[in-house]
Design a protein. Structure first.
Ligand code: FCB
Length: 446
């Protein structure tokens, strides 16, 4: 056994997202989001589950912050629901939506927990979808009008801002695979969504700089899985490289840091990008303060000429989580190290990492050893990354609470706190107790 000690001032947190936990999506004058619409359309989610009640966090936020305090969290990442603030996406402001987030932020600060706010975690106002949503170029303006207003209303107390959560998932799972809202299946739409999210992101970063928020920092959160070649063949190596460039941080960080799409995208997919996309690249290249990395799993990639960008994943027999995702902590290190080597960000945060398991309540306790093990192995790799030069400043476990896991509804539990959806009772799982000790000691035994 050895002790894994983290740097002093390391930020330990937990993450959630508005539509997944809040419930009451239409309360107090809020407008519907695309996830409200999507989940209310039959056949889209497991069991027809919706975010109508979720964790009822909209009403129970105080109790939840008390739990965070009990766990000793230093930071909390949550997202703002755009359509609570602008029910139609733009124009009329709903002051009651502002009130909710004011109460939340003030309560967090009272508990000494630093808020990290995600400005967009997939719940686009439905009214904007009717205008083409992320495929409409004007969204860069709609989005920045909204985000700039958030800086003005919360910037006195919220210092850490994340523009977008996992824009790859928004673009491809939402617009190509049709499994997430808005449920489209159009590759051209997906690439215009990638491009417009980048434009929206950069305009917002500029607006943020102009607001001059004291000690303010802004970054973006990207999805990643470790794609490794199935064999040593050139073909499989190339397939893995393309999968990495297309689905991981390079798709967004290359334009943001270098003003160009990754070479694989330019070579193989530029026909899908909007006409004259090159004209926007100068504007997209804009300094950010940190990169947010989400990481859950890895896979092996093999050449497959029939699939988009020529790759398919193959089994390697590693243990999996309840999502069917391979547990591959080594890949976490590779992603963290890769991002530092390729873009050298000033700061990196792990904005999500965690696992779903089939948790059972036994005598009001949840013994989720597998989650503890998952977290241990991943934190070990995070520490290894720090020791090897990665500017990793904090880690947010996904998730604080069991919640609405998008198309999987309530069938997958990611929380370090269990939620009984019938009674809304919360039970801190063993992993929550374990994480709490890690925070307290700033270290763990491995
Ligand atoms: C990420 C999402 C988050 C959650 C986890 C399991 O892709 O950002 O909302 O669903 O996966």
């Amino acid at each position: 056994m050895s002790e894994k000690v983290f740097p002093k001032d390391f930020i330990w947190g937990a993450a959630t997202a508005s539509y997944q936990i809040e419930g009451s999506p239409l309360a107090d004058g809020a407008g519907p989001s695309i996830w409200h619409r999507f989940s209310h359309t039959s056949g889209n989610t497991y069991n027809g589950d919706t975010g109508d009640v979720a964790d009822d966090h909209y009403n129970r936020y105080k109790e939840d912050i008390a739990l965070m305090k009990e766990l000793g969290l230093k930071a909390y990442r949550f997202s703002i629901s755009w359509s609570r603030i602008f029910p139609n996406g733009k124009g009329k402001i709903n002051e009651k939506g502002i009130d909710f987030y004011n109460r939340l932020v003030d309560e967090l600060l009272k508990a000494n927990i630093t808020p990290f706010v995600t400005l967009y975690h997939w719940d686009l106002p439905a009214a904007l979808q009717d205008l083409g949503g992320w495929t409409n170029r004007d969204i860069a303006y709609w989005y920045t009008d909204y985000t700039d207003y958030m800086f003005q209303r919360f910037g006195d107390r919220v210092k850490n801002w994340i523009t977008l959560n996992e824009p790859w998932v928004m673009a491809f799972v939402g617009h190509f695979m049709g499994e997430h809202a808005p449920g489209m299946k159009d590759l051209y739409a997906s690439f215009s969504v990638v491009h417009n999210q980048l434009r929206a992101h950069s305009k917002t970063v500029k607006a943020f700089r102009e607001e001059n928020i004291k000690e303010g920092k802004i970054g973006i959160t990207l999805s990643n899985s470790s794609h490794d070649p199935a064999t040593d063949s050139q073909e499989d190596k190339e397939a893995a490289r393309l999968a990495h460039e297309w689905t991981n941080y390079p798709l967004f960080l290359n334009p943001i840091y270098k003003g160009e799409y990754p070479s694989g995208i330019k070579e193989h997919a530029s026909e899908f990008l909007p006409h004259n996309y090159e004209n926007d690249l100068e504007e997209i290249k804009e300094k950010i303060d940190f990169v947010g990395i989400n990481y859950y799993s890895g896979d092996l990639v093999k050449l497959d000429t029939k699939s988009f960008l020529g790759g398919k994943t193959v089994e390697r027999g590693l243990p999996k989580t309840e999502m069917g995702w391979e547990i591959y902590p080594e890949g976490f290190y590779k992603i963290l190290k890769g991002v530092q080597e390729e873009y050298n960000p000033k700061e990196v945060y792990v904005t999500e990492n965690g696992a779903a398991f089939d948790d059972k309540v036994v005598n009001q306790e949840v013994h989720d050893e597998k989650r503890i093990e998952y977290l241990k192995y991943h934190l070990e790799q995070a520490l290894r990354a720090i020791q090897n030069g990665v500017t990793l400043k904090g880690y947010f476990v996904w998730s604080l609470l069991d919640n609405f896991e998008w198309a999987w509804g309530y069938s997958k539990r990611f929380g370090i706190v269990y939620v009984d959806y019938k009674t809304q009772k919360r039970i801190i799982k063993d992993s929550g107790e374990w994480y709490s000790q890690v925070i307290k000691n700033n270290s763990f035994e491995f």
